[in-house]
Design a protein around this ligand. Structure first.
Ligand SMILES: O=C(CO)COP(=O)(O)O
Length: 258
């Protein structure tokens, strides 16, 4: 894996046009640290304006529909995201699964639609606290992963799918709680995800980036990014301001230097 950490901010349902100033400040930090790849997924309403406002960061969506057009009030398709300036989509986030009842087959269909539209995909998986306590975290996450992985030819044309796909491991109990798994647990889960990716994609499975998400802050970013299979971070709350997100980008630049 190329050691250029990928740090993505998921703004969730936060941000209005006023927030573009914050995105511009983050963009200036990203421009200074090219050894880190930076992305922001703002609410859909800001994608177009953010794409125009920044130069050095990827802009993405937080969800998309699996169909290209149709009578789906309130939904947005992958090609619409692309048209608005997005280069990636976060799919299967636990908040989509929890509040919108998204299922694994739907997430898989969305991933395939996003790849077909030319977007990169950040596919989210993660266990609940009950599953962690019951010792079924790895089984849960790997089952979820295999059920959601896009079923597309690998390497048939252009870039292999593995180059356009990242998996984000986000333990649900670590999201917005300030709690983070032990480094041993992060390593073990990322190893388990890597093994499944290699089963699914053969040698190309080694190229799929695996991100960690859940209460990442500047203070813990360096040690988490130091885990061998952690290729970046998916950041929620701490991605909303340049003060906190910029500090994570700088910590990631430190990691890239090793
Ligand atoms: O859900 C997350 C990113 O997608 C993580 O959120 P927090 O960083 O706020 O815990």
């Amino acid at each position: 894996m190329g050691h250029r950490p990928y740090i993505i901010g998921n703004w969730k349902m936060n941000g209005t046009r006023n927030s573009l100033a914050e995105a511009r400040a983050i963009d200036r930090v990203a421009a200074k640290w090219p050894q880190v790849r930076v992305g922001i997924a703002p609410p859909h309403t800001l994608i177009h304006a953010m794409r125009d406002a920044v130069d050095s960061i990827d802009v993405g969506g937080q969800d998309c529909h699996s169909e290209e057009t149709g009578a789906y009030t309130g939904d947005i398709s992958a090609s619409m995201l692309k048209d608005a300036g997005a280069s990636f989509a976060i799919l299967g986030h636990s908040e989509r699964r929890q509040y919108h009842g998204e299922t694994n087959p739907q997430v898989k269909a969305k991933s395939e639609a996003a790849l077909a539209a030319g977007l990169n995909v950040i596919l989210c998986v993660g266990e609940t606290e009950e599953q962690r306590d019951a010792g079924t975290a790895e089984a849960t996450v790997t089952r979820q992963l295999l059920a959601c992985l896009p079923d597309v030819g690998n390497g048939d044309e252009g870039e292999p799918v593995s180059a356009r796909l990242a998996v984000a491991y986000e333990p649900i109990w670590a999201i917005g709680t300030g709690r983070v798994p032990s480094l041993d647990d992060i390593n073990a889960m990322h190893d388990a995800i890597r093994a499944k990716l290699c089963e699914a994609f053969g040698d190309n499975g080694a190229e799929v980036r695996i991100l960690y998400g859940g209460s990442v802050k500047a203070e813990n970013a360096l040690e988490i990014l130091g885990c061998p299979e952690v290729g970046g971070a998916l950041v929620g709350g701490a991605s909303l301001t340049n003060e906190s997100f910029g500090a994570i980008i700088i910590a990631a630049a430190d990691d890239a230097r090793d």
